[in-house]
Design a protein around this ligand. Structure first.
Ligand code: PEP
Ligand code: MN
Length: 337
């Protein structure tokens, strides 16, 4: 349920309405929009009588929200959420450009890629230190040492760090070292982990599960938000379909759908979607044209020898060309670059 206040409603009116709801044992989420305040009601709304609220002089209308997600719902928060990642704004008219290797391999590798990515226009550095590999025999990542290498690269380039967390026991370490905590496709519905992320002070990058519907994905964001962390960025990375030529099928419809249903930023990962480096450029351009809030692209200085995902990684020169071209498209769709 959402309560739309009248334009002339005062802060005290909003506080009074909120108190009425809270007195019934429900929670509220108040958003002060452009000229109008919206009071979102979270919990068992059968306890609230809409007609009684509409009698109040300060209330314009009461609307029922059909979707099971509330805090993530666009109706609760009509304006785009802008998420701050160590000073880099994500959402609205901003374009997040996250680049870096699939896996952290050495300090030389990460620093070289980070410098090249920054020179190309990237505003965040990615790198996996804990890798969710299909095979238990494949490289599992450098672990905490990998995070330290990312911190080193941040000191040199100033780029905020994005890295994947798989195990709740590392939350404190990630909170200390990582600026944007990535939750991978395979952990999108690890509900215990999501609940714990609600208590974290850092923003979360929530990737879409391999077979997740939009509603399931948004409900996972809702878990994090309902437990106290409103700073969630969604990332479409391709879904499983019958097609096997490409690694996954990039669902670009996720951009307008997510923007319609939620106020959260959505970024696109064309690297894990296609699984082939030559698919990255056309899909990244299409994503920006469709209005996404950012791109996460795997970049490697020596893809032939990469420990993970070399075939889908761009060399720095190709990334620089991509960002230049994407910049022109971004301007057309009203994004700052
Ligand atoms: C990654 O970004 O390194 C990754 C493993 O992605 P996903 O969870 O989308 O497979
Ligand atoms: Mn990868």
């Amino acid at each position: 349920m959402i309560i739309v206040m009248k334009k002339e409603a005062t802060k005290q009116d909003v506080a009074n309405v909120s108190q009425m709801i809270e007195d019934k044992g429900l929670a509220v989420s108040v958003v002060d929009g452009q000229g109008v305040s919206v009071v979102g009601v979270i919990g068992d709304t059968t306890k609230v009588d809409a007609r009684q609220l509409e009698v109040l002089h300060s209330v314009d209308k009461v609307m029922h929200v059909g979707e099971p997600y509330k805090l993530a719902n666009r109706a609760f928060h009509p304006e785009d959420s802008i998420i701050d990642v160590a000073g880099v704004k994500v959402g609205g008219e901003n374009l997040a450009l996250i680049a870096g290797p699939c896996s952290v391999e050495s300090v030389e590798q990460v620093v070289e890629i980070a410098k090249a990515a920054k020179a190309a226009g990237a505003n965040m550095l990615r790198g996996g230190a804990f890798k969710p590999r299909t095979s238990p025999y494949a490289f599992q990542g450098m672990g905490s040492n990998g995070l330290d290498i990312l911190v080193e690269a941040k000191k040199i380039t100033g780029l905020p760090i994005v890295s994947e967390l798989m195990d709740a026991s590392y939350i404190e370490e990630f909170e200390e070292k990582v600026d944007l905590i990535q939750i991978g496709a395979r952990n999108m519905q690890n509900f215990d982990l999501l609940k714990k992320l609600g208590k974290v002070k850092k923003p979360i990058l929530l990737k879409r599960g391999l077979c997740a519907t939009f509603e399931e994905w948004i409900m996972s964001a809702e878990y994090i938000m309902a437990h106290g962390n409103p700073n969630v960025i969604l990332c479409e990375r391709g879904i499983r379909t019958f097609e096997s030529y490409t690694r996954n099928t990039l669902d670009l419809q996720a951009i307008p759908v997510v923007q319609k249903l939620t106020h959260l930023p959505i970024i696109i990962d064309p690297s894990h979607a296609g699984g082939k480096w030559w698919l990255v450029e056309p899909m990244a351009k299409a994503a920006v044209a469709a209005g996404c809030d950012g791109l996460m692209v795997e970049v490697h200085n020596n893809p032939e020898c990469a420990m993970c995902d070399g075939p889908q990684s761009l060399k720095p020169e190709k990334y620089a060309k991509l960002i230049k071209e994407v910049g022109a498209i971004a301007q057309i769709v009203g994004k700052k670059v």
